[in-house]
Design a protein around this ligand. Sequence first.
Ligand code: TTP
Ligand code: CA
Length: 358
Amino acid sequence: MTDSTGRIILHLDMDSFYASVEIRKRPDLAGKPVIIGADPKHGKGRGVVATCSYKAREFGVRSAMPISHAYTLCPHAVYLPPDFPLYVHASADVMAILRIPGYPFEQVSIDEAFLDITARGSYPEAEKLARHLKERIRNELGLTCSVGIGPSKLVAKIASDFHKPDGLTVVPPETVTGFLAPLPVRKIPGIGQKSESELSGLGIRTIGDLAAINVQVLLARFGKGGAGLQELALGNDGGIVAERDGPRSVSRETTFEEDTDDPRILGAALDELVRDVHRTLREDGLRFRTVTVKVRYTGFVTKTKARSVSHYTDDIKTIASTGRSLMNELLVDRKIRLVGLRLSGFETRDSRQRTLEL
Ligand code: TTP
Ligand code: CA
């Protein structure tokens, strides 16, 4: 693990991204509950919420919630289908503002990026830059974002989430421990529901609890990973900010109108996902090694299975046959609500270069 002393990392995350981009297009929606996702069909809709405006969040609506549930919480919201090309375009505009010569940059998702701004020299100077970036995004793009600044990617990311929307949270090194201590362990990226309940079983609820516990307890419970967990609680993730070589995965999923175990419907749905991910793969000039199939059964239990092929490829037949066989392995005596397909393990430019040189 590298020493994070002396680094200044900025993390920027757009506020209610898809919803904000839609509201920018239709200013009459400002201040209203706006929900982006599947068609709610008056409460009978079957897909999920992609995101929603902060007004809709006041009603309890959240990303990934079934759209039917969102409808019961907020029937009078404005429901819009996602317009991905519009969001990709808006994302590119944001990232163009963040790519500043001299500062290492890393886009993490459609609406999030890190900048290593150590070269600013001090936290007050870093804060000035953050204000400047927020202003440019507001004035030039008509969008708001939340920014966190800290000595590691981890602290910066937790800080950007601390005040949302339109927040700015600066956590200089000497304040890291105090900042993290009261937060629930769930705030650490990578700690999900499962780890949270395991930690809770050890009496660990806050990041401060996790930082303070005897590391032997963590080692006994989590093996070698236990020490890493405690490092995270201290704000050290060792990660550097480095531009990634394109997207890390391409995925699509589809929710059925009615839960089904009909092999023809399942097969046709998978075929369509295969064509869809393959098109994106070709458009982006990517070659993959790993195929993952996700199946959500009646009752929302979700399982995934992944398989890697021996060579990088962009062959549609490989996607189709690997996808089919993974889906067959996931078929049990239960109806299926959703099928998803993901390609990952993309060839980097470096490895492509090496292949060409051989
Ligand atoms: P997030 O940054 O997680 O959420 P957000 O930008 O909508 O809201 P916040 O202000 O809390 O950051 O995700 C970015 C976009 O990714 C989001 O606008 C829509 C999409 N998304 C989904 O499609 N499904 C999901 O489950 C999540 C979490 C996000
Ligand atoms: Ca966001």
